[in-house]
Design a protein around this ligand. Structure first.
Ligand SMILES: Nc1ncnc2c1ncn2[C@@H]1O[C@H](COP(=O)(O)OP(=O)(O)OP(=O)(O)O)[C@@H](O)[C@H]1O
Ligand SMILES: [Mg+2]
Length: 151
């Protein structure tokens, strides 16, 4: 479950401040498929980045699975790598020197949890199968765009 209370995030820009999140309250139940829609610039990415720990909100509180990962009173800050949170970025965020397999395996191999090699292998293959990328699995990630545009 994700619980967000009175979350505020402002950015300082050349001509003042932009309020990206204005006292946002939100509850996402465990297993719930939750969709956020809104106009461009309405704060969707900022919200996800705050939950993942890639932005520091100005105030409010964020809890993931009953653990406070951000809070202003008392001050709490859990770094992104300790939040056990996955995020798929809006724009291209793929390591060009790794294969498709190794890109997907990276967070499983590098995370704090020590996942056995066979389990990493199975999970990566399952994930790539789900999105019909089985045939690209050993290819350099830089060839993906060419592969998909060629059908
Ligand atoms: N690093 C930043 N510096 C300054 N302003 C920012 C920064 N990141 C976001 N903003 C501003 O915060 C507001 C929310 O932006 P955000 O990217 O969260 O919107 P979004 O809903 O994800 O938009 P889109 O649908 O275009 O992806 C916008 O006004 C944006 O210009
Ligand atoms: Mg966005």
């Amino acid at each position: 479950m994700i619980t967000i209370r009175a979350l505020r995030k402002e950015f300082i820009v050349t001509d003042g401040k932009v309020a990206a999140l204005k006292k946002l309250d939100l509850d996402v139940e465990e297993g719930e498929f939750f969709v956020i829609v809104g106009a461009s610039g309405s704060g969707k990415t900022t919200l996800l980045r705050c939950v993942a720990g890639l932005e520091t909100p100005n105030s409010g509180e964020i809890q993931i699975a009953d653990r406070t990962v951000f809070g202003d009173n008392p001050p709490v800050w859990v770094p992104p790598q300790d939040r056990n949170f996955g995020m798929v970025f809006q724009s291209y965020a793929v390591w060009p020197h790794l294969t498709v397999f190794d890109n997907v395996a990276l967070p499983l191999r590098e995370g704090a949890q020590k996942i056995p090699r066979q389990q990493v292998n199975d999970r990566v293959r399952n994930a790539l199968h789900m999105v019909q990328l089985d045939e690209q699995i050993e290819r350099p990630s830089t060839l993906l765009a060419a592969a998909s545009s060629n059908g």
